[in-house]
Design a binder for this molecule. Structure first.
Ligand code: UDX
Length: 445
C-alpha cells in the first residue's frame, strides 16, 4: 500500500492524467470537481474529453478501486495527505490569466485544512505567473485554515509539461520534475513522492523556489512557441525563394545538437490551450514589470498571421473565393485530440466565410466541437473523401495520420478542381506536385 493518499482538484487534461497516473501505480486517489455530470462520468471510467489511452487507464483505476471522483473539494482534502491543484487559468481579454478558479480552490482547501490535524502538502500544478503561489495561494490557505504554511502544512509549485494527444505517456514519463518549494519540508515531501512514484525511472529533479518554478513553465512553452514561429518565418522566406524547401532547412539545422530537431515543423501556426495562452500571459506579465519582451511579442505576431497564409494561397490559386467550395481537412489544433481551442482551422474557416466561400470540413475527432461554433454556416462531411468531393480547393490544416493516406488520384477523382494546399507538410511535394495543383507551406516554387 502506497504511503501517501492523493487528491487532485480539477479534472481537465492535467488533473485527470495526474489522478489516473497515481491510481495506476496503486495510490488511493480522489479527484474532485464541481460538475456532477463530470464526476459521474469519471466514476464510470469515462474521461470527459478525448485523449488516447486515458480511458483504459481510468477504467482500470476506477474498477480496481484506486480512483474515485467527488463533487466538491473539502472531503477529498480531508481524506488525503497531498493535494494537487490542477484547475484552469484561462486567458482574460488583455492576455493576463484569470485566477478565479485557483482562488476558489485555495479557499476550499484552506477550509478543509482547519479540520486536519496531520501535515498536508498542497502542490500547485496549474500554470500561474511568478508570485501567484507565494502571494495569492499561500495567504488564502493560511487565512482559511488559521494555520501556518511551512509548519502546519506545506506548499509547492510543480508545473506540468504534458502534451495533449500523448498526455498519458507524458505524465508517466516526464523529461524532468520541477519542484518549486515554499520550504525544505514541502520540497522533501514532494521529492519523496516523486522517488516513490517513478522508482527506478526517476527523471532529473530540479528543486527551486516557487516563483522560479512558475517561470520555468512559461519559459518552456515560450521557447517551444519561439521555435515554431522561427521556422514559420523561415518557411515564409522559403516561399519567396525559388527552389527552397523549409523541411530540408529544418532537417539540416535540427541535426545541429545545439538546435535539436523537435518543434521545427513549419505549418499554419500553433494553437491549443497552452501556447497561445501562455505566450500572451508571459507578454502581459513582463509588460506589467515594465519590460518589453520583444522576442516573445514577435513569436505571437508571427503566429497570429500564419493561419491566413492558407487563405492567401487559396486566393492565389482560385482568385476571388466567393462561392468557391473549400474543403478543410483537420479541425483539431493538432492530431489525436478533439480539442479545437485556438485551432488554426477555426481562424481559417472564419476568414473563408467572411470572403463568401462555402466551407466543408472533416476531422476524425473534432466534428462535434466544431459544429458548436459554426452551426449551419458551414457544411460537414462524414469522411475525408466526402469532404473533398466537388471542392475547388482543399486545405490540410491538421496532420492527422489518416489524411496522409489520401493519394493524388483521390484528389483528382473527387475534387472539382484538384488544388491542394498542404498547411502541415504531410505530403511529399515531389510526388503530389507532378499530378496536382499542389502547394505547401514553406515551398519556394
Ligand atoms: C504544449 C507543450 O508541448 C506542453 O509541454 C505543455 O504542457 C502544453 O502545451 P500541446 O499544446 O498539447 O502541448 O501540444 P504541442 O504538441 O506542443 O503542439 C502545440 C501546437 O504547436 C499545435 O498546434 C501544433 O500543431 C503546433 N506545432 C508543434 C507546430 O506547428 N510545429 C511543431 O513543430 C510542433
Amino acid at each position: 500500500m502506497a504511503p501517501y493518499k492523493i487528491s487532485v482538484a480539477g479534472t481537465g487534461y492535467v488533473g485527470l492524467c495526474t489522478a489516473a497516473g497515481f491510481a495506476s501505480k496503486g495510490y488511493e486517489v480522489i479527484a474532485s470537481t464541481h460538475d456532477p455530470e463530470k464526476a459521474d462520468k469519471i466514476n464510470r471510467g469515462i474521461p470527459p474529453f478525448f485523449e488516447p489511452h486515458l480511458e483504459e487507464l481510468l477504467k482500470e483505476a476506477v474498477s480496481d478501486g484506486y480512483l474515485k471522483c467527488e463533487v466538491g473539494r473539502t472531503e477529498a482534502v480531508k481524506k488525503t495527505d497531498i493535494t494537487f491543484v490542477a484547475v484552469g487559468t484561462p486567458s482574460q481579454p488583455d492576455g493576463r490569466i484569470n485566477l478565479q478558479h485557483i482562488q476558489d480552490c485555495a479557499r476550499e482547501i484552506g477550509e478543509a485544512l482547519t479540520e486536519k490535524s496531520s501535515y498536508h502538502l498542497v502542490v500547485v500544478k496549474s500554470t500561474v505567473v511568478p508570485g501567484t503561489t507565494q502571494n495569492i495561494v499561500k495567504p488564502i490557505l493560511e487565512n482559511g485554515s488559521n494555520k501556518s504554511c511551512g509548519k502546519d502544512f506545506g506548499l509547492c509549485m510543480s508545473p506540468e509539461f504534458l502534451r495533449e494527444g500523448s498526455a498519458v505517456h507524458d505524465t508517466l514519463n516526464p523529461d524532468r520534475v520541477v519542484i518549486g518549494e515554499h520550504d525544505k519540508t514541502s520540497g522533501d515531501t514532494l521529492h519523496n513522492l516523486s522517488r516513490e512514484f517513478y522508482s527506478e525511472e526517476l527523471p532529473p529533479i530540479v528543486r527551486t523556489n516557487l516563483p522560479t518554478a512558475e517561470l520555468v513553465k512559461y519559459a518552456n512553452n515560450a521557447f517551444l512557441a519561439t521555435k515554431i514561429s522561427f521556422i514559420n518565418q523561415i518557411a515564409n522566406i522559403c516561399e519567396k525563394t525559388s527552389g527552397t524547401d523549409v523541411n530540408i532547412v529544418a532537417n539540416a539545422i535540427g541535426l545541429d545538437k545545439r538546435i535539436g530537431s523537435q518543434f521545427l515543423r513549419a505549418g499554419l501556426g500553433y494553437g491549443g490551450s497552452c501556447f497561445p495562452k501562455d505566450v500572451k500571459a508571459l507578454i502581459a506579465f513582463s509588460t506589467s514589470l515594465g519590460y518589453d519582451p520583444l522576442i516573445i511579442k514577435a513569436v505571437e505576431n508571427v503566429n497570429r498571421a500564419q493561419p491566413y497564409k492558407a487563405v492567401k494561397l487559396a486566393e492565389k490559386a482560385l482568385g476571388d473565393l466567393k462561392d468557391k467550395r473549400i474543403a478543410i481537412l483537420g479541425l483539431a489544433f493538432k492530431p489525436d485530440t478533439d480539442d479545437i481551442r485556438e485551432s488554426t482551422s477555426i481562424k481559417i474557416i472564419n476568414r473563408l466565410l467572411e470572403n463568401g466561400a462555402s466551407v466543408v470540413s472533416y476531422d476524425p475527432a473534432a466534428m462535434t466541437n466544431t459544429k458548436k461554433i459554426f452551426g449551419e454556416r458551414a457544411d460537414y462531411a462524414p469522411s475525408a473523401i466526402e469532404c473533398i468531393k466537388g471542392a475547388n480547393c482543399c486545405i490540410v490544416a491538421t496532420a492527422w495520420e489518416e489524411f496522409k493516406q489520401i493519394k493524388p488520384r483521390d484528389f483528382i477523382q473527387n475534387m472539382k478542381t484538384p488544388i491542394v494546399i498542404d498547411g502541415r507538410r504531410i505530403y511529399n511535394p515531389e510526388e503530389y506536385s507532378c499530378e496536382l495543383d499542389f502547394t505547401a507551406i514553406g515551398l519556394g516554387q
